[in-house]
Design a protein around this ligand. Structure first.
Ligand code: ZN
Length: 241
C-alpha cells in the first residue's frame, strides 16, 4: 500500500467512526451505502446526504420538480423579472422561476425556497424521524443540487453525454470533445412564448426534458437560426416586416 493509500485508509477509518457515531437510528439506506462506497467517506450524516444528491443530479432534478408540483403555484403569482435583493425576483429569464424564493411568497424557515415543501432533518424531503420541519433550513439538499443543475447544466456535460450514448442531439452524429449543453427550446423562447405556462411545469424547461448535448458546429448553427428568428420577431412586433 502506498503512503497515499495508507493515508486515505486512515482518513476513511476516522470518517466512518465519526459517521457511525452521529448516525441516527433511521437513515436512508441508499445514502448510507453510497457514502460508505465513496473514495472519501463523508464524516457526517449531512455530508453523506449532500454527497448522495451531488452524485445524482438527475434524480435531484426529478425530485425537485415533483416536490414543487406538490406545492403548486401560490395564488396571484406570475413569472416576472426585474429583481432586486429586496423582492427576490429574478433579474433574467435565464434564472428558473421560483415563487417561493420571492419575498412576497416565501414560506419562511423550515420550507424549501425552491419547491415550497417542508425541509426535514439533514435537509431531507421526508420526515423519517417524526421531528417536524427543520427551522434552520430553507433548502432541501436535493433542491440545492437541482438548482445548481438548472442554472449551470454544462457542469454535467459528461453525464448528459453518457445519457445520449455520445451522439449529438441535433445531428445524431458522434459527439466531439468540444460538444456543448443546449436547451432544446431556448430560454428566451420559454420567456417569450411559454411565460404563462403553469408553474412548476415551467421548471421542466431548465431540467433534463429540455437539455441536450450537441456538437459545437450544430450549436453555432442553431444559435444563429434562433438569433435570426428573434430579429424577425422583433421586426414583426414593431410593424416593420
Ligand atoms: Zn425543495
Amino acid at each position: 500500500m502506498s503512503k497515499w493509500e495508507a493515508e486515505r485508509a486512515e482518513r476513511n477509518r476516522r470518517s466512518i467512526a465519526r459517521l457511525t457515531k452521529s448516525l441516527p437510528g433511521i437513515f436512508p439506506s441508499a445514502v448510507l451505502s453510497r457514502a460508505l462506497g465513496r473514495p472519501f467517506v463523508p464524516p457526517t450524516p449531512r455530508f453523506a446526504i449532500d454527497s448522495y444528491w451531488g452524485t445524482h443530479p438527475l434524480r435531484a432534478d426529478r425530485l425537485a420538480r415533483a416536490l414543487a408540483a406538490r406545492s403548486g403555484v401560490p395564488t396571484g403569482w406570475s413569472w416576472r423579472l426585474g429583481g432586486s435583493r429586496k423582492n427576490g425576483l429574478p433579474t433574467t429569464f435565464r434564472t428558473p422561476p421560483a415563487p417561493y424564493r420571492e419575498r412576497a411568497y416565501a414560506k419562511g424557515p423550515g420550507f424549501c425556497c425552491v419547491c415550497g415543501q417542508p425541509v426535514y432533518r439533514f435537509g431531507w424531503h421526508a420526515d423519517l424521524w417524526n421531528a417536524g420541519p427543520n427551522k434552520n433550513a430553507t433548502w432541501h439538499c436535493a433542491c440545492a443540487v437541482a438548482w445548481q443543475f438548472w442554472t449551470t447544466p454544462s457542469d454535467q456535460v459528461g453525464l448528459l453525454r453518457r445519457l445520449q450514448a455520445r451522439r449529438c442531439g441535433e445531428t445524431g452524429g458522434r459527439l466531439w470533445k468540444t460538444a456543448e449543453v443546449d436547451h432544446r427550446i431556448p430560454l428566451f423562447r420559454v420567456w417569450r412564448e411559454h411565460r404563462d405556462a403553469p408553474w412548476p411545469e415551467l421548471l421542466g424547461y431548465w431540467g433534463l426534458p429540455n437539455l441536450q448535448v450537441i456538437n459545437r458546429e450544430a450549436h453555432v448553427a442553431k444559435c444563429s437560426t434562433e438569433a435570426r428568428d428573434r430579429r424577425a420577431a422583433r421586426y414583426s412586433a414593431s410593424g416593420i416586416a
